[in-house]
Design a protein around this ligand. Structure first.
Ligand code: CO
Length: 254
């Protein structure tokens, strides 16, 4: 097959292992792949040592300080995409950003994982800003729009498909890439709304806790974040139907 030449070429580790007679020769292909994978992990651990040493050298109190407590002002809810790393994009060190990421940066009201993160960030860490961060060219958004058989993630992306169906008429004249980018923006706005409709956020506002929810989109091709200017920072910006205090104020409902 295509990998046959890779399978017969053994690295130093394989040669060493083979000469020590630890594996029968007929498994040499597996050993080669296995040792390649082991080497990847070894490299990561070596990089980690190097990183920890350089941080320690630059700021000797860094780890001692951070291990004591975290005190982030920001909760980042972003896409799992490997090209959208939260801290690096806003150039902040460890300890400054609480992070939750999933495919297509969604905030579903039945997602215990995301809601637990939000509650801990708001009630315990008392973050001041939550940013929902999408990114242009998001594969999750595109998959939801174009269909296909992706497995479990199809269920996960169902709400994006519904969002697309609501905007399809206005979007379908655009080229696909542009449709995807507009949908990335619309999806971020929808998730900002979703988040602001949770009791976690609304109770914080009721308590008078300063908290702003922002919608951002990151550009993979230029590294720039665009603020979609859909920031919500108080209960008065939430439609009456979705407000926790709507029953109390039913007589004055609009
Ligand atoms: Co994405």
């Amino acid at each position: 097959d295509d990998n046959s030449d890779e399978q017969v070429s053994g690295g130093p580790a394989l040669t060493a292992m083979a000469s020590e007679g630890k594996r029968p020769a007929q498994y040499s292909g597996c050993i080669d792949e296995g040792s390649r994978m082991m080497n990847q992990i070894k490299t990561l651990l070596e990089r980690n040592r190097g990183w920890a040493e350089s941080v320690q050298k630059e700021d000797p109190g860094f780890f001692a300080r951070l291990s004591g407590q975290q005190n982030p002002d920001y909760l980042w809810i972003g896409c799992s995409d490997s090209r959208v790393p939260a801290n690096q994009i806003v150039d902040l060190p460890p300890g400054e950003v609480f992070v939750h990421r999933n495919v297509a940066n969604l905030l579903h009201h039945n997602d215990m994982n995301a809601l637990s993160v939000v509650q801990f960030a708001v009630d315990v860490l008392k973050v001041k800003h939550i940013m929902i961060v999408g990114h242009y060219g998001c594969g999750g958004i595109k998959a939801a729009m174009t269909g296909g058989e992706c497995g479990i993630v199809d269920y996960w992306l169902h709400s994006v498909r519904e969002l697309y169906s609501r905007h399809r008429k206005t979007l379908e004249t655009l080229p696909l890439a542009e449709q995807v980018d507009r949908m990335c923006e619309l999806n971020v706005k929808a998730q900002v709304d979703n988040l602001c409709r949770t009791k976690i956020i609304q109770r914080a506002w009721q308590r008078g806790q300063p908290l702003a929810v922002h919608g951002w989109v990151y550009g993979l091709n230029d590294g720039r974040v665009t603020d979609l200017e859909c920031t919500v920072e108080g209960l008065d910006q939430v439609p009456q139907l979705y407000r926790v205090d709507r029953l109390v104020r039913a007589d004055q409902a609009d």
